[in-house]
Design a protein around this ligand. Structure first.
Ligand SMILES: [Zn+2]
Length: 359
């Protein structure tokens, strides 16, 4: 058994009791205070943007503010039911809102940092943020904007001990299609914007054919179709098609071109959100190292894979800093039965312990 197992479970439970959805500033503040208390022997920097507070604990501040390693964790969760704020242990599983994503993993980060950071000869930091679930712009991204950098970053997102080295990016956009209005009794006088939209839709579906199951592929969700038409006897002259594309990093450079190839001279594109994907090379030296350690501690060969969802790592990746998502095991992120496996928290600790010592 690891020496601070009880403390790690206690911290996870205490954090679960707090309804730290990304808009509950009060609960997020209490959660940050709880971690500050545990790491009271460490120096830290405090950040605040748009009411979102975040912290960066460190052993010593390197001259250029570039750490060797940053451990990154978020306290916020997606909204959950009231009953999930009562942590419950059953068959070595710790149930509760955010237990897996990522209060369990973050609690391990807190204690591994507490137990080791002061003993390490290289600069290491623990980054605790409160807005990852809504984009991470006020936490991780803001700290990066304050020139806090690192050679490598590990985010404690739950990965079942897989190493997530790439994640999809996001595009939310509208295509505005312009037709010509006329009275519906004389359709030849107009150009129906819905019919024109249909052509665009068919092109999009063909270009971005969704896989039938979980494959590493760019996907599309046609989300909304809007016209301003409020009657039956008028030909709509404008239609807006809204969609959500999740693109793989391998396609990052061509993605806009690919979307634009579905347009024609009566339509134009309006990008609402363009979120970067992330990609860390498989042969990154730190990935190689942690892979070996995972094998040693768990007896399993770690899977290197991509993630459909995004994480704060993308903010680092955008400025050329490599990182991974790597976290414990469990089930049911965002569901009513979310849990983290207690044994995996112990193993997670052991893996990180070995990694930090040999970094
Ligand atoms: Zn998460």
């Amino acid at each position: 058994m690891i020496k601070t197992k009880k403390e790690i479970i206690n911290l996870t439970k205490n954090l679960i009791k707090l309804n730290t959805n990304s808009y509950n500033f009060k609960a997020l503040k209490i959660a940050l205070l709880e971690i500050k208390k545990i790491l009271k022997d460490y120096k830290f920097l405090e950040f605040k943007k748009n009411n979102y507070e975040s912290l960066l604990f460190y052993n010593f501040l390197p001259k250029n503010k570039k750490f060797k390693l940053i451990l990154n964790g978020h306290l916020d969760i997606i909204p959950a039911k009231e009953s999930q704020f009562f942590p419950l242990i059953k068959e070595e599983r710790l149930f509760g809102a955010g237990s897996l994503d990522m209060k369990g993993g973050l609690s391990v980060l807190v204690y591994i940092f507490k137990n080791y950071a002061n003993k390490l000869k290289y600069p290491i930091a623990l980054q605790v943020v409160t807005d990852e679930e809504i984009g991470g712009f006020n936490g991780t991204k803001y700290q990066i904007e304050n020139n806090l950098l690192s050679e490598f970053v590990i985010s404690s997102e739950p990965t079942n001990f897989d190493i997530v080295h790439k994640a999809k990016g996001i595009i939310w956009a509208d295509i505005i299609i312009n037709g010509v209005t006329a009275h519906s009794a004389y359709p030849w006088r107009g150009k129906n914007a819905i019919e024109l939209t249909n052509k665009v839709i068919n092109k999009l579906i063909k270009k971005f054919s969704n896989p039938k199951n979980d494959k590493w592929k760019t996907t599309i969700n046609l989300a909304t179709i809007k016209t301003e038409n409020i009657t039956y006897n008028k030909i709509p002259d404008k239609c807006i098609l809204g969609f959500d594309i999740r693109y793989i990093p391998e396609e990052k450079k061509q993605i806009l071109k690919k979307i634009k190839s579905c347009l024609n001279n009566y339509s134009n594109l309006e990008i609402k959100i363009f979120e970067s994907s992330f990609y860390t090379k498989k042969n990154n030296a730190y990935i190689k190292k942690i892979k070996k350690i995972i094998k040693k501690i768990t007896n399993n060969t770690a899977v290197l894979r991509g993630a459909n969802g995004s994480s704060d790592i993308r903010h680092y990746n955008l400025i050329g800093i490599e990182g991974i998502e790597f976290g414990p095991k469990g089930f049911g992120i965002g569901s009513d039965n979310e849990y983290v496996e207690i044994e995996s928290l112990e193993k997670y600790y052991l893996i990180l312990e070995e990694f930090l010592k040999n970094f």
